[in-house]
Design a protein around this ligand. Sequence first.
Ligand SMILES: [Zn+2]
Length: 276
Amino acid sequence: MHKFVLLLLVSGLCFSFGCAANPITGEDELMLDRDYHHDIKLGKDIAPKVEKALKGRIKDQVLQDYINGVGHKIARFSHNPDFDFNFVAVNDKSVNAISLPGGCIFITKGLLIKLENESQLAGVLAHETVHVVARDAENMMSKQVGMSALFILAASQARTQGEVAAANIAMQLVAVKYSREDERTADLGGMDYMFRAGYNPNGMVETMRILQKEEEANNSCDFFSTHPSPENRIDYLRARIQSHYLDGIAGTKTGEDEYRQNVLDRLKNLPDEPRR
Ligand SMILES: [Zn+2]
């Protein structure tokens, strides 16, 4: 690397880094930038690589607009709506959902066809929204791939190195495994977001049950290779509904018809393999 580029990288870090409280955990952490500008840039650099690794976006604009619309309803109630949220359905047949720094969230076709209504979809997207706001992906990436890769990616001067780093990070993010505590925070925080957005919180419990059946039926459920087993998650989510949401559940949305029309019926009419 040229000294000039190195100097730019180092000087960039001095101006950009600082400590700030994580809005979900309340703990101080190293931040790329207080206004999340770098989170968003990092996510946008990685997003095309992750999308490609997940077999590209599903080519149905009605379905994409619906998924993105449900996601944005939830993101409005997040601790930081300033992230650049974007919810994308991808062709991969694995049962999975993935969040990138800055707000890009992917959900796979393999997971979409297992779900039965809009509140279950809201549960998945709300869970991933908490991962974004808590900056879980970025914190994990800084441990797994090292801050040096993030530094290179954050520096627009290092275009070639940035491309290589983005590809590496994209592959790691698809298989990233968060801590049990991060997942619990994403479950409970996500249930709060979806409830405030008007969704029936039972949707998240139903999603866990669907994924549990999937795990029992075949051991290749990718959501559980990257997430803890659902057994005790169902228990603490049901307890949360009893203690926090029971009085407000009447009138919340389940959205079975909307989900069937905008997702399930449309997926049936799509070709199995993406057109290239
Ligand atoms: Zn998670």
